[in-house]
Write a protein that binds this ligand. Structure first.
Ligand code: XIL
Length: 385
């Protein structure tokens, strides 16, 4: 490429990131600046995106977002793959990046049934661990990890996805529950408080927009609060599609959770644009659906009509979040750009999804500008006499 066309490209890319003149209130507005008085705007990243190999990803992440969540690097299997062996290298990349760019770091996650190695649940001679063994293991893991990052992590997803999906029971069947019992959550939060006295401590789950699961969540959290368990916030993952769940359920979820007196966070937002058969709303990473070319229609490009629909959906979501800005303290996108999104592999591997605000060429999509515009609109309203 000759230097002239290279510099033209750079100019084009820079222009692409500022709001089109027709909407411009502040042409250099970014997500983190526009929502600065409302809530943190976060992004999930992989350590390979911020360890010097993808400079554009680092630049965009640091410029646009005020919080980061490690997408996999703080999970048990990454941090603590074998008994007595901890691997902190990839997690440290996040602590350093957050500090260098004045971003809040979220620890995801301490206790979960997925991405946790089998050895955690085994006792002697391959038998299941006893309650005492597993509680001790949980405590040691939480103490080690939370203590190492006590000056870097603002808040921990202490327990992820403990609620059942549609079963008669409140809690899902998991090795944590089977071995320890229903009080495994109380213990996890108490251990976390012991190790990280100043951190925020969250319960995080998906599908809380479903009225039944939401009721169960409220029951669970009310019980914990009544028992004096040190919980300070609740995360609704928010893996949504273009038209599900209904906006009214999304709003109700925020209302019901904030009534508990907890901080509410949107922790893993994305808007799936691909057709689905059944299973929607269930973000259990172990769920698999049958591959079918009809379920992968936008391999080459996302049609403008769908781009616009997605932009409208994101605008409506942020309108709800802004109206509840007193309770919503963070909104985190689950991925920096469409190419990095987990939805290219869930619940079917190898599809081309377009679920986020930034495209594969690292350029802002209509959805990005729609969100920015919502933020700017609110700021203008607040300034008006
Ligand atoms: C996903 C990651 O994005 C993928 O890279 C990984 O392969 C599986 O896990 N709910 C959660 C997240 O709480 O941890 C999951 O992240 C997505 C669903």
């Amino acid at each position: 490429m000759n230097p002239l066309s290279l510099s033209r490209l750079v100019v084009m890319a820079c222009l692409a990131w500022s709001l089109p003149a027709t909407h411009a209130v502040e042409p250099q507005a970014t997500l983190r600046s526009v929502f600065a008085d409302d809530f943190l705007v976060g992004v999930a990243l992989g350590s390979y995106q911020i360890n010097g190999r993808v400079p554009k990803a680092e630049e965009v992440a640091a410029k646009q977002f005020s919080a980061i969540t490690p997408e996999n690097e703080f999970k048990w299997q990454a941090l603590h793959p074998a008994p007595g062996r901890y691997e902190f290298k990839s997690a440290d990349v996040f602590a350093n990046f957050a500090k260098a760019h004045d971003m809040k770091l979220i620890g995801h996650t301490l206790v979960w049934h997925s991405q946790t190695p089998d050895w955690v649940f085994k006792g002697d001679d391959g038998k299941p661990a006893t309650r005492e063994q597993l509680l001790e293991r949980m405590r040691e893991h939480i103490r080690t990890v939370a203590d190492r990052y006590k000056d870097s992590v603002k808040g921990w997803d202490v327990v992820n996805e403990a609620l059942s999906d549609g079963g008669p029971e409140l809690l899902r069947d998991s090795p944590w529950r089977r071995i320890i019992g229903d009080d495994f959550l109380d213990h996890a939060f108490r251990f976390a408080r012991e190790a990280a006295p100043n951190a925020e401590l969250y319960y995080n789950d998906y599908g809380l927009e479903d009225p039944r699961k939401r009721r169960n969540c409220v029951t669970l959290l009310k019980g914990m609060i009544a028992r004096g368990v040190p919980i300070t916030g609740v995360g609704t993952q928010s893996h949504f599609s273009l038209d599900r769940p209904a906006l009214s359920e999304i709003e109700k979820t925020i209302q019901d959770l904030s009534t508990l007196g907890l901080k509410v966070m949107v922790t893993e937002l994305d808007v799936d644009v691909l057709p689905a058969r059944g299973g929607f709303g269930n973000a259990d990473i172990n769920r698999r659906e049958q591959a079918d070319p009809a379920l992968d229609p936008y391999k080459a490009v996302l049609p403008d009509e769908v781009q616009q629909k997605q932009a409208k959906r994101y605008a409506e979501l942020f309108d709800v979040y802004l109206r509840h800005r007193k309770s919503v303290t963070r909104v985190t996108l689950w991925g920096l750009n469409d190419g990095f999104s987990w939805l290219n592999h869930f619940p079917i591997r190898g599809r081309t999804n377009h679920a986020l605000l930034i495209d594969r060429a690292m350029l802002p999509k209509p959805a990005f500008f729609a969100v920015l515009k919502e933020g700017q609109k609110k700021r203008e309203e607040k300034k008006a006499p």
